[in-house]
Design a protein around this ligand. Sequence first.
Ligand code: ADP
Ligand code: MG
Ligand code: ZN
Length: 500
Amino acid sequence: MSVISLVSYEDALASYDPVMGLEVHVELGTRTKMFCGCSTELGAEPNTQTCPTCLGLPGSLPVVNRIGVESAIRIGLALNCEIAEWCRFARKNYFYPDMPKNFQTSQYDEPIAFNGYLDVQLEDGEVFRVEIERAHMEEDTGKSTHVGGATGRIHGAEYSLLDYNRAGIPLIEIVTKPIVGAGARAPEVAKAYVTELRELIRTLGVSEARMDKGQMRCDVNLSLRPIGREKFGTRSETKNVNSLRSVERAARFEIQRHATVLADGGTIVQETRHFHEDNGTTTSGRIKEEAEDYRYFPEPDLVPIAPSREWVEELRAALPELPRVRRARLQAEWGLSDKDMQAVLNAGAVEPILETVAAGAPADQARKWWLGELARRANETGTELADQPITPAQVARVCALVAEGKLNDKLARQVIEGVLAGEGEPDEVVEKRGLAVVSDDSALGAAVDQAIADNPDVAAKIRDGKVQAVGALVGAVMKATRGQADAARVKDLILERLGA
Ligand code: ADP
Ligand code: MG
Ligand code: ZN
């Protein structure tokens, strides 16, 4: 199917209602693996962080990582879930070369956390509740590298390399209930949900949740049903989408693709699909297995997990301030309207502003620069606000120079420009570009005299007591000094000279 023949997004939504399900895998940042003592450190030589247990050698036995369980419970609590009083691990049986045990130790019908929700805020400020089906513990697989082909996929490769360092790293899989009622905003909801979940995970300190490093990955399940029909359609499952933007694009593309197939009288097959970053499309993966194909059964080598209620309550009481609560607090502290706060959030400016304030700037000044000049630049260059080549400390220094009267707004903007252009620290840019405000009377005097001489009518008015006319002369001096004069001092000098 070519991209050209796709039903438009608007037409798809005019006839169909999207239903979505998001499965997010988070690699925990524990020091050791889920069922053995091997290190989880990234970047080691292949197959140097393995042992008989994570390689599935005969006679080896797993032992549960306590921090892994604790992290799972904390994630569950932060997602408003119930925590199981008793649950077990299960074996999910299938063969794949990157999984030496031939089964994945996972949880099936007895997840550690279930029945929760996460409220996410959309770009227009509306809050959408995403219901959570369950959060369960499992382990990651090893990593295959397919060598010799054009695509890096197994098809066309000459041979494959296997690295088992990742096999057995703890994963938490968080599965939503079917998300209904989002309509045309389904892709936006998907992105907002993964964004909020990522922030939550980071706030809990259980993972860095870097999607670009595969520490967090999302499967996007999507189906369409004719508007007004109760029954869900058949879903596709786009696997391992690894950026926030891709989550949104994958959902959007699948809505259009499903609509195209359905409008043509075709049927959707339940299958996994791959998302392609380069053109924003998905292609078919494999026909979806049913749960029974995996022959799940309770893991006989591990004891059940029965977290005591005291432990769970202890963990609940020790949860950090969660992102939504924190945002509300900052909004109040910064005295922002809902709309202004939303602008801060949409620009990704919360952390930069906080760090700028921590470096000594007033919040309103910090917000002004990050949402103004810097957000504009981030937009223009398609980069994250936090990745601009200027630090919060540098922005704070510019704010301080303005507060001390050494820079006015216009000059400050040029200093920011200079820092972004790699010209050094704010003070160096001021020095090199000669940007300091001129407030020294002898330096300003000549420009003031010239402005009076050039505008005799205005000068006469001021002498006659029409003091408000002084603005025109101040403007002339500012122009002559290329904006570098201290405007307040200039005004005083003019009024002094004209005896007003
Ligand atoms: P599997 O492991 O087979 O993918 P899961 O239950 O783990 O099954 O995940 C399926 C995800 O898809 C869940 O988030 C679920 O809410 C969602 N889902 C189930 N049925 C549909 C459907 N018809 N359309 C869209 N999403 C669905
Ligand atoms: Mg799935
Ligand atoms: Zn091991």
